[in-house]
Design a protein around this ligand. Structure first.
Ligand SMILES: Nc1nc2c(ncn2[C@@H]2O[C@H](COP(=O)(O)OP(=O)(O)OP(=O)(O)O)[C@@H](O)[C@H]2O)c(=O)[nH]1
Ligand SMILES: [Mg+2]
Length: 421
């Protein structure tokens, strides 16, 4: 269909060969020079403050005959000196935490003598989920005939493990089929569990395919605070770079200075330029600038970070919608992928997060992080059954290799506590 709006010359029309409307204006008006210097991070500020507070000259020891105990006490200067150390040590790292490179330093340090395979990391990471399920199965099926009560208890255990009612019922039915009133070994139950989970997941385990002809293929990362968006961007960038793709990052979390710094650290690590603006800048404008830069540079993949947002922050919600709108004005197919990053530890809450972000930004795929250290990994199965959205990657740790494409069979066997045969 022909666009009948009058053409306005500007960045937008030069870039996309069609007119921009008012949304793109503020962006076009602002320069896109990057990276923009950002305010000193909280780590630096924290250190400076600590030094100022904790480095007074020790006062002259006061010699008074008040108490004989004082004679045994260390001089005041020593006491003050002793106090300085712990304060500086405590405050420094704590203040640096948001800025410190994520502990994902593995590829930049000496390789460990026996590097773990992905299966090892996955199965170990998911130990808490699998052992809580496995314990229920062992408890229920050891030397016991399959009866109605056992099946109900199994269903309850599966629901408690966050697998979702529909999947729990399917698994229970599969376990009972032809075995009623017979003994069934826990291992058999685990094998059926794995089979059924795999069936549920098979349709959603889809790779994220980068269309190299896009230049840039635009990926928007969304999710609530702390879900793992920025870390996942770093891990993904590393993967894309290893595939020979050029990557540009947009520090669209303009909310926090530390978030911009965190992305810059990742950008440096993986060799991806980072487009940033000072804290508080318009995120949609930044996204647009980054798009212009990525196009000009012929970049393969542009990944846009966004601020984590909570359901009650209407302003941040509106900002995300604006980012999507501005990108769509460039090309209705943009963003080519909108990845919702979900933290597995939130369990059932992940379901409402999917609904919210689907409405807000049109999620095209999921990444589930923090499957390590939680017993709630079953939520991924419930998500698959309920939404059928592609699950592209899962994360089982903070390291750069702790993110891998999602594979239904591996996940199903890991959750059931089976070996990978
Ligand atoms: N254990 C574990 N930690 C993870 C994983 N993915 C991310 N993290 C950690 O989760 C914390 C939050 O990650 P971020 O990437 O900063 O999260 P974010 O979504 O960008 O957070 P905001 O910027 O506040 O919205 C960091 O300490 C990460 O190292 C994972 O798969 N496993
Ligand atoms: Mg972040």
């Amino acid at each position: 269909m022909a666009d009948t709006k009058p053409d306005k010359p500007g960045f937008f029309s030069r870039l996309f060969g069609r007119p921009a409307d008012d949304e793109a204006k503020p962006t076009a008006a602002e320069p896109s020079e990057a990276p923009t210097p950002v305010a000193p991070g909280p780590g630096e500020a924290g250190l400076a403050f600590t030094t100022a507070v904790t480095a007074p000259e020790a006062p002259e020891p006061v010699v008074t005959p008040l108490s004989p105990d004082l004679a045994a006490a260390p001089p005041v200067g020593e006491i003050a000196g002793a106090d300085l150390q712990p304060i500086e040590q405590d405050v420094g790292p704590a203040a640096l935490a948001p800025l410190a490179p994520p502990p994902a330093a593995a590829p930049f340090t000496e390789p460990s003598p026996a590097p773990q395979s992905w299966w090892q990391r996955l199965s170990q990471g998911m130990k808490r989920t699998s052992s809580s399920l496995s314990d229920s199965v062992t408890g229920l099926f050891t030397k016991r005939k399959l009866d109605h009560a056992t099946l109900e208890e199994l269903e309850d255990a599966l629901v408690r493990a966050d697998l979702g009612v529909a999947t729990a019922m399917r698994i229970t039915e599969a376990v009972s089929a032809g075995r009623y009133d017979k003994e069934i070994a826990p291992d058999e139950v685990r094998a059926i569990l794995a089979q059924e989970v795999e069936k549920t997941l098979a349709g959603v385990a889809l790779p994220l395919v980068i269309d190299r002809s896009m230049k840039p293929y635009v990926i928007l990362m969304v999710g609530v605070n702390g879900a793992g968006k920025t870390t996942t961007i770093g891990k993904l960038s590393q993967k894309f770079r290893q595939q020979g793709l050029s990557v540009m990052l947009a520090a669209g979390d303009t909310f926090r200075a530390a978030a911009i710094e965190q992305l810059k650290v990742w950008g440096e690590r993986v060799g991806a330029p980072v487009i940033a603006r000072p804290q508080g800048s318009d995120a949609a404008g930044l996204a647009f600038d980054a798009l212009v830069e990525a196009k000009a540079a012929g970049t393969d993949v542009l990944i846009i970070d966004t601020a984590g947002r909570l359901q009650n922050k209407a302003g941040l919600m509106a900002e995300l919608e604006k980012v999507v709108r501005v990108l769509k004005k460039g090309d209705p197919a943009m963003p080519h992928a909108t990845l919702l990053v979900l933290d597995a530890t939130v369990g059932q809450n992940a379901l409402s997060q999917v609904e919210l972000f689907q409405k807000l930004a049109g999620v095209t795929g999921l990444v589930m992080t923090k499957l390590d250290g939680t017993a709630r990994g079953g939520i991924l199965v419930a998500l698959a059954a309920k939404f059928g959205l592609p699950v592209h990657y899962i994360g089982v740790g903070e390291g750069v290799e702790d993110l891998e494409p999602f594979a239904a069979r591996d996940f199903a066997r890991a959750i059931a506590g089976l070996e990978n045969v």
